[in-house]
Design a binder for this molecule. Structure first.
Ligand SMILES: [Zn+2]
Length: 559
């Protein structure tokens, strides 16, 4: 007798086959049978004609810290995610020496928008090395399956201390970093991650450590993946990092290279397609490069207290020079303002904000006398007061103790362009950034958005292709074994949803992080069930309270 049979469903296998009616049986955590009449089970669930598919694999999250206080990595499971990859972009919390903990948390606050109070109150530091971190989360238990990158900035800080964000590494330091990567890969890391993006800055606006790496350092650290013959290399690419160099890394390591963040810029659309062309060309030469793209418009809620999209600008040097005490004076400084206005209109390979002031809205004022501004964009508001939109924005913020909440859509807003990225033969759906930028946005519902908005509403791909891109495609690129498709013998990671209503709901603000820190969350639409290793963790009402922690820490990956 089976443990569970889910009957009366439409099976979508994750491999791209057209959906077909049937039933699926689970035994000891795995898919035991697929068919029509499967016989008796201890528990039989009527799927009411809904679609049963493999659970979503989310390859780009930053739950490393949250996982230590929240083994459920809420809210990802209630958006159909059954496997999450943590440690992207090189920002991990292991390895970390005890005296570097403060610095690592302050850097995460800056670069990934995580509340410092939440990190200080929340992180359980019961580890120092990467193997100890993985063992600690395994002991604690995980609600969904977790695979972890070892992060470049962390190993650089571990080896170089306070010099890590300041200079190139010596041969001896590179060798010690290489040993740490090898150690982490042996302990079950899914790969090695880094960033060369100028948008990635730590405390006080200084670059995150990996950005100081010379090409030879990257070459050494990535090449060592070749020895184990396992794992992938992921990076968030700065404009100066060429696809040719990344192809050289793929060649030297013989491992796949995942290139983030390929977002569509409506005011300068060519570069992202040039990158994808370069990636496609590398593949024809036998080197596996994949472009990480997003199904979501990059919309951010920001205040001038942490205006992430502006921090990568050259003009932001004014702020860095002035330090925290001089910040408000810099915001008033006309020379700084004018430099910002000019810079955002210049062509750039990759820049979050490109002067689209009509896409920046006042969302929430702090002073009720300004209530009439809410919901209006800065071009409109600036015109009404005869001001440049930036002057309007900064003046309003300054008048409100820089508490005014603005919402801006920076990238990935042009649907025709984004559709091309999502259907490209060498792209991978990615970039939820789960666990990070929590006050700016929350895209953990990217999978449901792909199914509802892109597949159903826009028709850019059939539902079975959208499911494939979220499941078996992810598993094959990342070497995740026996997951990502409905096959007898595979682990029973499943989601049950209504293709007619699936999607992600509107965002709302909650204050449920440690230290009551705020974050944005979205609701899930049309999702009726999620199973991880055969255990149901989500039903029609969302995550099942008291469900056992049935996830596994994944440590073995395909060659
Ligand atoms: Zn990231």
């Amino acid at each position: 007798m089976f443990d569970t049979v889910i009957r009366n469903v439409v099976l979508c296998d994750g491999l791209g086959q057209p959906p077909r009616p049937g039933a699926l049986a689970i035994e000891r955590g795995r898919i035991a049978a697929i068919g029509n009449d499967l016989g008796p089970a201890r528990e039989t669930i009527d799927g009411q004609g809904l679609m049963l598919a493999p659970g979503i694999i989310d390859n780009h999250t930053h739950y490393d810290a949250q996982l230590t206080w929240d083994p459920w990595i809420d809210p990802s499971p209630s958006h159909g995610v059954t496997t999450a990859v943590i440690g992207n972009c090189g920002f991990t919390i292991a390895p970390c020496k005890p005296h570097d903990r403060g610095l690592v948390m302050r850097n995460l606050t800056q670069v990934e928008g995580m509340s410092l109070a939440a990190l200080e109150a929340g992180i359980r530091w019961n580890f120092e090395t990467f193997p100890e971190y993985v063992a600690a989360i395994e002991r604690q238990g995980v609600g969904v399956n977790i695979a972890a990158f070892v992060g470049h900035s962390s190993i650089r800080t571990y080896v170089m201390g306070e010099d890590a964000p300041k200079r190139a590494a010596t041969d001896a330091e590179i060798e010690r970093m290489r040993m740490l990567v090898v150690e982490a890969m042996q302990a079950g890391a899914i790969g090695f991650s880094t960033t060369t993006s100028p948008a990635h800055n730590g405390e006080g606006g200084i670059p995150m450590p990996s950005r100081l790496a010379e090409e030879r350092e990257l070459m050494t650290l990535v090449s060592c993946l070749r020895e184990g013959g396992r794992g992938v290399f992921m990076l968030t690419k700065g404009g100066h990092t060429t696809i040719d160099f990344l192809e050289a890394l793929a060649k030297a390591s013989t491992r796949p290279v995942i290139i983030a963040a390929l977002l569509h810029n409506a005011s300068n659309p060519e570069p992202v397609f040039r990158d994808l062309d370069g990636i496609a060309a590398a593949n024809t030469r036998g080197h596996k490069l994949v472009g990480a793209v997003s199904a979501c418009p990059l919309t951010m809620d920001i205040t001038m207290k942490a205006p992430y999209p502006f921090e990568g600008l050259e003009a932001w040097q004014f702020v860095k020079d002035a330090g925290r005490a001089g910040y408000l004076d810099v915001l008033r400084n006309q020379q700084f303002r004018d430099a910002m206005k000019v810079e955002v209109t210049k062509p750039a390979i990759f820049r979050l904000f490109n002067g689209e002031w009509d896409r920046v809205f006042v969302t929430e004022v702090a002073d009720p006398r300004h209530a009439s501004y809410e919901g209006r964009n800065l071009v409109e508001l600036g015109a009404a007061t005869n001001q440049h939109p930036l002057d309007f924005m900064f003046d309003l913020a300054l008048a409100e103790n820089i508490d005014t909440l603005f919402t801006a859509t920076f990238l990935n807003s042009d649907e025709a362009g984004v559709g091309k990225l999502l259907t490209h033969s060498h792209s991978i759906v990615s970039l939820s950034d789960g666990g990070a930028h929590l006050t700016f946005f929350n895209d953990v519902g990217f999978g449901l958005h792909l199914l509802g908005h892109w597949a159903r509403d826009c028709g850019i791909m059939p539902i079975e292709e959208a499911v494939r891109r979220l499941t078996s495609h992810q598993a094959s690129v990342y070497g995740i074994q026996e997951r990502g498709s409905l096959q007898v013998g595979h682990f029973a990671d499943l989601m049950l949803f209504d293709p007619a209503t699936v999607g992600r709901g509107p965002k709302q603000r909650r204050f449920d992080l440690p230290a009551s820190a705020p974050r944005l969350v979205t609701s899930a639409l049309g999702l009726s069930g999620v199973w991880v290793n055969g255990t149901r963790i989500v039903n029609e009402n969302g995550r099942i309270k008291g469900a056992p922690l049935a996830g596994k820490v994944l440590r073995e990956f395909a060659a």
